[in-house]
Design a binder for this molecule. Structure first.
Ligand SMILES: NC(=O)c1ccc[n+]([C@@H]2O[C@H](COP(=O)([O-])OP(=O)(O)OC[C@H]3O[C@@H](n4cnc5c(N)ncnc54)[C@H](O)[C@@H]3O)[C@@H](O)[C@H]2O)c1
Length: 255
């Protein structure tokens, strides 16, 4: 057995025995749907911009036109994308667990809504979503149609500027999602981190909270990350290849 096969075997055993599986996902799981990771979005028209200078409340206050153009461009990219085999395998894992009386909690840093569109039921969005926009005057939210805004910055019918309902650098993460994460990490017995660089806290610390609760921990990422050494098992493969294999081995095919 190669080391990679041994890791797959250990991860399968962990999943097959688990009663409560918590999965944390990042931009990497959507890369195979053609949605670029943060680093990769900075191409073409946007090559001279830095996400850290666009994804802030200060940038929106200074230049709402540029910020909303960038987010609208990314919103339309998300709406045009389709969930991939990695997203679908997480649905299979959730349904497989529920069938045998277990629990499944999905915590995502992604803003693209692809987990919902794939059919995942128990999803918590830690960074909000780009498909919903919020009126800055009233706080009211709406889901704009799948076509570009006609003016930039867009204005809502209530009079204020519209901004994407995502969490910008320097903003608080939504309390309900953080509470759900804290509760799930206290009770899980299998924690899996998929396609995240594990560079940004608090999500980068979830593996430590899960391990402190006695949970087994699995990382799925083709690249090593700063957190790799803190996982029990690392699967160095694409989510679209590793997750369907894990789902089939742990829950059987046709889940
Ligand atoms: N799809 C989205 O919604 C989206 C896209 C870009 C950025 N963002 C935002 O930017 C932040 C960036 O942090 P992050 O950690 O999510 O992403 P990141 O861009 O920092 O890291 C992506 C990780 O995914 C890995 N990866 C690449 N292809 C993969 C694949 N096929 N399978 C599995 N892993 C793969 C990379 O090795 C890398 O470690 C997020 O918090 C998110 O809010 C979201």
């Amino acid at each position: 057995m190669t080391p990679a096969e041994r890791d797959m075997e250990r991860a399968t055993r962990m999943l097959a025995r688990a009663k409560h599986v918590v999965v944390l996902t990042g931009a990497g799981i959507s890369a195979e749907s053609g949605i670029r990771t943060f680093r990769d979005t900075m191409r073409g028209l946007w090559k001279d911009f830095d996400p850290a200078t666009l994804a802030t409340p200060e940038a929106f206050a200074r230049d709402p036109e540029v910020v909303t153009r960038w987010y609208d461009h990314r919103r339309l990219g998300c709406l045009a994308a389709e969930p991939n085999a990695g997203h679908t395998a997480l649905v299979a894992i959730e349904r497989g667990l529920i069938r045998r009386g277990g629990r499944f909690t999905l915590l995502t840093q992604n803003v693209d809504r692809l987990h919902h569109r794939a059919g995942s039921a128990n999803v918590h969005e830690l960074h909000g979503t780009i498909v919903v926009w919020r009126c800055t005057a009233t706080g009211n939210e709406l889901e704009p149609p799948p076509s570009p805004f006609r003016e930039f910055p867009p204005r809502s019918a209530w009079g204020g500027l519209l901004r994407p309902a995502v969490v910008w650098f320097g903003e608080m993460l939504p309390i309900p999602a953080l509470d759900a994460a804290a509760r799930a990490l206290r009770t899980c017995d299998c924690f899996m981190s998929v396609g995240t660089s594990s560079a940004v806290y608090p999500a980068a610390g979830f593996v430590d909270l899960a391990a402190a609760s006695g949970s087994g921990t699995i990382e799925v990422n083709p690249q090593e990350t700063p957190a790799s050494g803190r996982f029990d098992v690392s699967i160095r493969a694409r989510a679209g290849a590793a997750l369907p294999e894990l789902a089939a081995r742990a829950f059987g095919t046709g889940t």
